[in-house]
Design a protein around this ligand. Structure first.
Ligand SMILES: Nc1nc2c(ncn2[C@@H]2O[C@H](COP(=O)(O)OP(=O)(O)OP(=O)(O)O)[C@@H](O)[C@H]2O)c(=O)[nH]1
Ligand SMILES: [Mg+2]
Length: 338
């Protein structure tokens, strides 16, 4: 699985490193402060994943009431727990089969949870060591996804993290179909101390994206992040509109967009997978931001995403605050789950 991910996402992961190198993962010189903020982030992650953790931890603990070994009945109950957490049927079956092979060594919940962590980690751990290339032009991120998944909020949070790390960020308000969408991004731009390029409601979204990239070049911005509509209230098809935006960006910088970030809402469970497939086929998706993990007990959807799609999850949203958008760290994620 790991190899497969590397192969298919070679370019994307390299870009991912590139953005990680100078973005939300930036390390400060102050180690102590860094450790504190890491601890706080982990606390927020744990809090955000509490609904999923309740199912996984509490229910796994309960499995061993009046039992000190793994039998078929226990495996069946475990299967139910993993499916409830939205790990997906195929992944659940594989995990159960692997645990079944090791069942003689497992006699208490802690041992079982340790094995579960390892099994899940083997699916979602896809860190890469591919070297990064610096580009002279701004790093352009096109953000896509269906309506209401959290695109604009995620852009605001990413922008705030980048500007906090001294980066120069320009936002492009290419969701021109609702006045409220332009206003919402404007408020985020103010909060994040980023610049915004916008136009009137119903203006051509591709033109806004073009202007944003142009401004990014002129102002030597580090990042240009383009917001898009999730639903279109005209005759236009959403995918066609997004393709046009992408083409227009490429006209300004041939290597751009350097990243197409698909935002998925974790509360929609397996439906998020179908969305990812559709967007990937139509536009090409390089990374995923999975939002609203705090609002669901189905945090296992991230495992399904890794199992079914060859697209890395780059960010996870575990709440509405800026700090609640975190770079996805598989090890921390698994630790926060149990
Ligand atoms: N609890 C929680 N809420 C979130 C998270 N991310 C986004 N939201 C909320 O989800 C709602 C929709 O977010 P938007 O950013 O407007 O979504 P969008 O995809 O831009 O929506 P459209 O522009 O209508 O397509 C807002 O109320 C956000 O505050 C998250 O990680 N956790
Ligand atoms: Mg929006």
């Amino acid at each position: 699985m790991k190899l497969k991910l590397f192969k298919k996402n070679k370019n994307n992961i390299s870009l991912e490193n590139q953005i990680n190198n100078n973005s939300i993962n930036d390390t400060s010189d102050n180690t102590k402060q860094n450790t504190n903020s890491q601890t706080n982030l982990f606390k927020r992650l744990k809090k955000g994943l509490s609904n999923t953790r309740t199912i996984l931890t509490t229910d796994v603990d309960k499995l061993f009431i009046n039992k000190n070994k793994i039998d078929n009945e226990l495996l069946e109950s475990l299967e139910e727990i993993l499916i409830t957490a939205d790990m997906g049927v195929q992944t659940t079956m594989e995990i159960i089969s692997n645990i079944s092979k090791k069942k003689a060594d497992l006699s208490n919940p802690e041992q079982l949870k340790d094995i579960l962590k390892k099994e899940i980690l083997s699916i979602i751990d896809s860190t890469s060591t591919i070297p990064t290339k610096k580009t002279l032009t701004p790093h352009v991120i096109l953000v896509i996804g269906i309506n209401g998944v959290g695109k604009t909020t995620t852009i605001g949070k990413i922008a705030a993290n980048l500007t906090n790390n001294g980066k120069n960020v320009i936002l492009g308000a290419a969701d021109t179909f609702r006045a409220a969408a332009i206003e919402q991004l404007t408020i985020w731009a103010e909060k994040a101390k980023a610049q915004i390029i916008k136009n009137k409601i119903n203006s051509d979204p591709s033109a806004v994206a073009f202007n944003a990239v142009q401004a990014g070049i002129a102002k030597k911005a580090d990042f240009v992040i383009v917001d898009t509509a999730g639903r279109i209230h005209t005759k236009n098809n959403l995918m066609e509109e997004l393709k046009k935006i992408k083409r227009t960006i490429t006209k300004k910088i041939p290597s751009a967009p350097h990243e197409v970030l698909l935002v998925l809402d974790a509360t929609t469970g397996q439906n998020a997978l179908s969305q990812a497939k559709l967007f990937n086929e139509a536009i090409g998706v390089s990374s995923i931001a999975l939002t609203k993990l705090d609002g669901t007990a189905k945090g296992g959807i991230i495992v399904s995403i890794y199992k079914n799609l060859n697209i890395p999850v780059k960010y996870i949203g575990v709440g509405e605050k800026i700090e609640d958008l975190q770079p996805f760290d598989p090890k921390q994620f698994v630790e926060a789950l149990f």
